[in-house]
Design a protein around this ligand. Structure first.
Ligand code: NAP
Length: 300
């Protein structure tokens, strides 16, 4: 049975990074985005201007009333208060885009019977409202919903050229953590690496310029050779002397990074082992060096 289709009027509440990308991509894929509401009218207008047939609203209820499918793309903590401030009607589909909250979030909302619920989480980093309409292509979207609702979500994924995975509510936190360690904290990780350039008299910007091609190459290597074959560097080579110099440098210039470096390197050693190119005693030696350093500082 098809309850929802490309002809179902869609409303988007929350004209931020994800709401904008989603509305623009839905419109480009032939879906009927009819209404956009946001906390500030200017955001709703800005998004509506990029969608063929949509009306901006400040009154969120008007967006709900005009739509059969409602995407709630406010920050995670606002989803429930937003839902509870609105009146939905039987036969509507509400979709939130949180990666960490699941379908269970709807259990705490005062929704009437017969309102369908779903989750649609693009596992990607959206840091701006200015992406092109193909920004969902090749990415993966975590979905939850009852079977016929999932069919509709899968159709959207196919129209976006995106992959999808079906998620269980109990797995959402760990699933989302993988995305945050990758997409969210990766930018902070890059910032941290680039900041090291300041300690030898160059700028963070010079660091970013020099290190970014490396990040792109790492991404290409992983795509091309997979894990563990893409693992490279002193740990993969078993270059104990180099690692020792790094520990010395980090202790001198950036001692607060030492525990992070040691813990991250120890986590990485399992993939070096899996690559199976080093004698086990070399791996043992590297692990001991890291553990000893942590013990010295009593930071295990
Ligand atoms: N960013 C990512 O990388 C990413 C990736 C996947 C999923 N998500 C999920 O997508 C959702 C939105 O995240 P985001 O990064 O797009 O957030 P965002 O850029 O901060 O956008 C949220 C928007 O919601 C609007 N808003 C806030 N409170 C509201 C309210 N009470 N009523 C109506 N609109 C309200 C804000 O509107 P104004 O502009 O009008 O103030 C803002 O534009 C979250 O559930 C998040 O977990 C995010």
């Amino acid at each position: 049975m098809t309850y929802f289709s490309k002809n179902s009027p869609i409303g988007v509440i929350g004209a931020g990074n994800v709401g904008t990308a989603l509305a623009v991509a839905l419109d480009k894929s032939g879906y009927d985005v009819v209404s956009v509401a946001s906390r500030t009218f200017a955001s709703a207008v800005k998004l509506s201007d990029r969608v063929s047939n949509s009306k901006p609203e400040l009154d969120t209820q008007k967006t709900v009333d005009a739509s059969k499918v409602v995407f709630v793309t406010t920050p995670d903590d606002s989803i429930l208060p937003v839902l509870n401030a609105l009146k939905f009607r039987q036969g509507q589909l509400i979709i939130h885009c949180s990666g960490v909250s699941s379908l269970r979030l709807f259990e705490d909302a005062n929704l009437p019977n017969g309102v369908f619920r779903a989750c649609f989480h693009p596992i990607q980093s959206f840091a701006s409202i200015n992406y092109d309409d193909d920004c969902f292509e090749h990415i993966t979207i975590g979905i939850e919903g009852t079977s016929y609702i999932k069919e509709f979500l899968q159709k959207i994924c196919a129209d976006f050229g995106a992959n999808f995975v079906e998620l269980r509510p109990e797995d959402k936190s760990i699933y989302h953590l993988s995305g945050v360690l990758m997409g969210g904290l990766l930018s902070e990780y890059v910032a941290m690496c680039a900041e090291l350039w300041v300690s030898f008299g160059l700028s963070r910007e010079q660091g970013v310029k020099a290190l970014l091609p490396m990040m792109k190459q790492v991404s290409n290597n992983i795509e091309k050779y997979g894990i563990p074959n893409a693992v490279a560097g002193p740990f993969a080579r078993g270059d104990v002397g180099t690692i020792s110099k790094h520990i010395e440098a980090i202790s001198k210039y950036k001692p607060d990074l030492l525990p992070f470096y040691c813990h991250l390197s120890m986590q990485g050693l399992q993939f070096v082992e899996e690559k199976n190119q080093l004698d086990s005693d070399v791996i043992h030696q590297m692990r001991n060096m890291l553990e000893e350093k942590l013990e010295d500082r009593q930071i295990i």
